[in-house]
Structure formats: C-alpha cells, structure tokens
Write a protein that binds this ligand. Structure first.
Ligand code: NAD
Length: 333
C-alpha cells in the first residue's frame, strides 16, 4: 500500500482524491501547508508526494524527498514549471501530471466572466440585495453580431470559440498552428494577430505561458486594439503587463477587463486574506475599477475537473505500485 503526502490541500482536494476509484487502497496524508525545501521532511514515511501549482520543488527540496524514500512526484495539475525536472531525473524520481482535466470548465468560465462584466450582473446582484432596484449604470451591449478574437485555439480556445459562435458572434482566431478544418466547420476565421487586435470587440486569451509570450498584451498591443475593447484572461497572469493594463483602463482604451489569473497571484490567490492589508498595489488598483472583474484562478473548479484530476492522479500512483509504465501524456520525467 502506498502512502501519499498531499500538499497545499484544500477541502475539495481531500474530498475528490479520497473518493476516486482505487483511492481506498492508498494511505493519504493531507497537509494544508505547501511543499518546499523547508517542509520536504514531512514526506518521511511516504513513497509519493502530490503537489499543486504553488508548491516549490527545487533541487534542495527534491534531494530531501529522495533521501526520504519518495519515488514519485504525482502533480495534480497540468503545469510543471514549479518542478526542477533535471534534479528529479538525477535523484531517480518519476514526475507525473494531469495534462487536461476539463477544457469546458475553463472555456465556460471565460464566457461567464464576459457575460457578468458586460451585463454588470455582479453589480446588479449587490444592488438588489440592498433593495436598490435602479438600473442606472448597468447598460451592457448585445454579444450578437460583435466580433470576438480568440488567441490560442487549443483545447480551451476551440470550445470558447464554439460557445461564442452560439451567440452568433463573428469569431476571429490567432494561433501559430491553425486548425483550418475545424475553423471551416465552425465558421471561425483565422487572422494575423494585428488584424485580430484591431477588429475585435472582445479578446479572450487561451495560450500557454511560454518564454516568448510573457507580456504579449502590453502597452503596444493594447494601443492596437479597438477603443473600449473587453479583454478576458483565463490563461496565465504573466501574459499581460499589469501596468499597461491599468493605463489602458484609465484612458478608456480598455472598456472592461475580466481576469481569472494575475501576474503576481502566487501567495495571494487560493487563500483568504480578508483579515489583512493587501500589499500588492497593482492588484489593489485593479480592484478599484468598476469595469474590472477578478476571480481567483477558479476557472478549472468544476466537479468534472476535480473528478478527472483525482482519477488521473490515483491512476498514476497505482501505476507506480504495479510497476506499470506511466501513460506518456501524464509522465513529464
Ligand atoms: P492547449 O495546449 O490545448 O492549446 C494552446 C494553444 O495555444 C495551442 O493551439 C498553441 O498552438 C497556441 N499558442 C501557443 N503560443 C501561442 C501564441 N503566442 N499565440 C497564439 N496561440 C499560441 O492548451 P489548453 O488546454 O487550451 O489551455 C490553454 C491555457 O489555459 C493553458 O496553457 C493554461 O495556461 C490555461 N489554463 C487555465 C486554467 C484556469 O483554471 N484558469 C486551467 C487550465 C488551463
């Protein structure tokens, strides 16, 4: 039987991992704190660690895990930028992940953010709760007939594009690897990035964060956008230069911004800071705009996605137990 030390555990992680098929034959050690070089000693007695996006598995941490007899790092997320893969290889530790959980969850959240922001549903909800039934300041626009630009047409971008087509919107898309057949079938038009920026009333980001696209939305690209454009980011915070975003909002170049991710979200998102003073001045400034809507990296958070994360993670742990090869798409080292 494997003992698995789970880090950065939230109540929903515990619930879904515990009830996944095959979970009953695993001894779970759920820790609320994060895994890093300082906490790695708590893995003692386990054979597997199960980290999430904000655990820091640097070389020192990984060496400590190896000394403790850890054989597998079973990430319960898709990204693995927080793991020193070279160190894992040197220490003979396998690393697995969950490559895709629910692209629908993220695409639907992006659309939900746009509907909320455009029709001021978040403001209306608060007003009505206070018995203020006035409509002043709640004017939105029809999505029907507008142009939405989808940047990145992978799993999530394609679903978002199809949902937007359901509103009878014109969908422009940009991707260095276009899916021409899919675009034709779904009446999506590929365009170059500049044309997409210039023609879109709404722009939604669905690209991975790579070395060459950090701050792909910056002062210059914002200047190329239509005045009053709505921007949605459910991908990664560092795709957007926050300073430029704030300037764009101040000057009205950006008519609305909906973010599920933020450049400096680490240490802020996923936690309750309601009793303390927010130290991040740019996030504080963003929160003062009436036309900015922020959620705390929750686009993935559906029952289906949590079930899938638990199913694949438990499967990876059992493969280690039975000496089976990991599925190629789940193994990163
Ligand atoms: P995917 O790998 O299926 O698709 C990414 C697409 O982006 C690919 O088609 C690729 O060619 C394209 N691309 C790469 N660089 C580009 C660029 N510079 N410009 C335009 N297109 C580019 O990925 P996915 O499953 O659709 O996920 C997209 C992103 O969503 C992930 O990388 C992740 O950052 C984010 N995500 C967020 C959450 C959340 O909870 N907020 C959850 C899961 C994923």
């Amino acid at each position: 039987m494997h003992e698995v030390a789970v880090y950065d555990t939230k109540p929903y992680d515990k619930e879904y991992l515990s009830k996944a098929e095959g979970a009953e034959s695993i001894t779970w050690r759920f820790h609320e704190f994060r895994l890093n070089a300082e906490t790695a000693s708590t893995s003692n007695g386990s054979t597997v660690v199960c980290p999430f996006v904000n655990d820091q598995l640097d070389q020192v941490c990984i060496e400590k895990l190896a000394e403790n007899g850890i054989e597998l790092i079973a990430l319960r997320c898709a990204g693995y930028n927080n793991v020193d893969l070279k160190a894992a290889k040197t220490c003979n530790l396998s690393v697995t992940r969950v490559p895709a959980y629910s692209p629908h969850a993220v695409a639907e959240h992006a659309v939900g953010l746009l509907l909320t922001l455009n029709r001021r549903i978040h403001r209306a909800y608060n007003r009505v709760r206070e018995h203020n039934f006035a409509l002043n300041g709640l004017v939105g626009f029809d999505l029907n007939g507008k142009t939405v630009g989808i940047i990145g047409t992978g799993k999530i971008g394609k679903i978002a594009a199809c949902i937007f087509r359901g509103f009878d919107m014109r969908v422009l898309a940009y991707d260095p690897y276009p899916s021409e057949e899919w675009a034709e079938e779904n009446r999506v038009e590929y365009a170059d990035l500049n044309a997409l920026l210039a023609q879109s009333d709404i722009i939604s980001l669905h690209v991975p964060l790579l070395r060459d696209n950090v701050h792909m939305i910056n002062a210059e690209t914002i200047r190329c956008m239509k005045s009053g454009v709505f921007l949605i980011n459910t991908s990664r915070g560092k795709l957007i230069d926050t300073k430029a975003l704030i300037e764009g909002l101040k000057h009205g170049q950006l008519g609305g911004v909906a973010l599920d991710v933020y450049e400096e979200e680490e240490g802020i998102f996923f936690e309750d800071h309601s009793e303390s003073v927010l130290q991040d001045d740019e996030l504080s400034r963003l929160l003062t705009f009436p036309n900015v809507l922020i959620t705390s990296h929750q686009a993935f958070l559906t029952k289906e996605a949590l079930n899938e994360i638990a199913r694949v993670t438990v499967g990876n742990i059992h493969r280690l137990a039975t000496d089976q090869a990991f599925l190629p798409e789940t193994q990163v080292a």
